[in-house]
Design a protein around this ligand. Structure first.
Ligand SMILES: [Zn+2]
Length: 481
């Protein structure tokens, strides 16, 4: 009798793990922490008798997805995928699913839309910067019409911790293959394969980086412990030996294309996606490792790429980049934008953004990044917009004695090349706009000014427009790019 009970216990315990299927949700211990957040099993594999589970933490960014073993699973609280929600409600839906525990059988069972909707791993907002401003109006601005559009959103983080990788998600839902529909990506079927990280490690110059997301490197590359990438031409090799052989032949010491900006050690190179196709494609592949969306890989012709580098005695090392459509019908001045992980949180992200607006200034246009922005991207942009607009507001002088300084929204747009909607939403996010005696005024408190000056102290590197040697091309007048 005793034996039977033990057997039963053993089998029920065993069952709880063996009945796990892709799509199950349960608490999982996050690697390196003592936290057990809810996670979804995306995939499973068996290696020499050990079962591995690829999990996505429901309330966290996909970059934290990982392979874990059974001991990290809390199988007492398993939610099995329900089939009654029907197919296609979420991108985390496995294409094929094994059904266990008597929940019936069916394809595309799922309970999740988490990959699209959950992004709480973004930096937390600083409540200090959201403080309402009061009293001492230093500035009156005639803000019209759109001002009373109520749009509540988080404010900026005042410190420069936003210097994170940025990205745009243009097509949040999977689209059938077709012609290019947006600036930064070519759509393709979103499936279980592209939802899982497939590259273990990359080596780029002196840096080793652990990728965050899937990238479509060739199959023979992804099964390796590390992909070795030439930091100048971005070609990839299977081993360090292969790369060493390549480096002997590769005489690039900077990205191809024209160097259009140089100030101290910072340079920008402009690359035409048609003329330097291989480089542009390799750049997109590399970038995809750190961008959570379907970026373009092959049709690079309609884009320009701006590569930011730092110089040392060995050459010009890539720090980050942004891409930009040669012709944007919607005034986008950035498609994809990324600071590589080793250079994050050092102010380079904001420098990339600043440079993109500097180009727009040279073009005599206002511009905006493609929407929607990612979590980190939005924070970076908000912070940039806030600092740039506050800089303008604090610099204007009153026209006459006892007058308050005045500026219009349009003037702010002209001075900064920031698109009107972004200027307005920034002023609203900062809670700077008040309605007073029949007109909209912007009031700046001591607190907001102090925060601003403090934030600006951390922005040591800035773009110097005098160091930009560039003439915009009118791509619209050309028959073909
Ligand atoms: Zn090379």
């Amino acid at each position: 009798m005793k034996v039977e009970i033990e057997d039963m216990d053993a089998s029920s315990l065993c069952d709880s793990v063996s009945s796990l299927v892709e799509g199950c949700r349960l608490p999982v211990q996050m690697k390196g922490t003592s936290d057990w957040p809810l996670a979804e099993i995306i995939s499973m594999k068996d290696i020499e008798g050990t079962k591995w589970y690829y999990v996505h933490y429901v309330d966290f960014n996909k970059r934290l997805d990982e392979w874990i073993t059974e001991d990290s699973l809390d199988t007492r609280k398993v939610h099995f995928p329900r089939k009654d929600l029907g197919p296609g409600t979420g991108v985390t839906t496995p294409k094929k699913i094994l059904i266990g525990s008597g929940i019936g059988s069916g394809l595309n069972s799922n309970i999740s839309t988490s990959a699209q909707t959950s992004r709480p791993s973004s930096p937390t907002l600083n409540p200090a910067s959201v403080e309402l401003l009061n009293g001492n109006a230093v500035l009156a601005a005639a803000l019209q019409k759109k001002m009373n559009r109520k749009k509540k959103g988080p404010s900026l983080e005042s410190e420069d911790s936003l210097d994170c990788p940025m990205q745009q998600n243009l097509q949040p839902t999977p689209q059938p293959p077709g012609p290019r529909q947006s600036g930064s990506m070519v759509s393709h079927h979103d499936d279980i394969v592209t939802r899982m990280k497939n590259v273990e490690m990359i080596e780029l110059g002196p840096h080793r980086m652990k990728p965050w997301y899937f990238a479509p490197y060739p199959q023979e590359m992804v099964n390796l412990p590390c992909i070795y990438i030439c930091e100048f031409c971005l070609k990839y090799r299977k081993s360090r030996k292969c790369l060493e052989r390549h480096v002997i032949k590769c005489n690039l010491r900077h990205p191809p294309g024209n160097e259009i900006y140089r100030k101290e050690t910072i340079s920008f190179f402009e690359i035409d996606g048609r003329k330097n196709k291989v480089y542009a494609q390799n750049l997109c592949l590399l970038a995809k490792l750190f961008l959570d969306h379907k970026t373009l890989y092959y049709d690079t012709d309609p884009f320009l790429f701006y590569i930011m580098t730092v110089f040392d005695h060995r050459g010009f090392h890539i720090v980050g980049y942004f891409s930009k459509e040669k012709e944007s019908t919607e005034d986008y001045n950035v498609a994809c934008i990324l600071t590589l992980p080793p250079y994050q949180r050092k102010g380079y992200g904001k420098l990339l953004i600043e440079f993109s607006y500097e180009l727009s200034k040279f073009e005599g246009k206002t511009g905006s990044p493609e929407k929607p922005l990612s979590d980190l991207g939005l924070l970076s942009y908000r912070s940039y917009w806030a600092q740039t607009i506050l800089e303008i507001l604090l610099s204007i002088k009153p026209v006459g004695e006892n007058e308050k300084p005045q500026i219009t929204i349009n003037e702010i747009c002209e001075l900064t090349s920031i698109k009107k909607e972004d200027v307005i939403s920034t002023l609203q996010n900062l809670n700077l706009i008040n309605y007073y005696k029949g007109q909209y005024i912007v009031t700046l408190s001591k607190e907001i000014m102090q925060q601003h000056y403090k934030a600006m102290e951390t922005r040591k590197i800035r773009i110097d427009s005098k160091a930009l040697h560039w003439t915009p091309k009118d791509w619209g007048k050309r028959a073909k790019w």
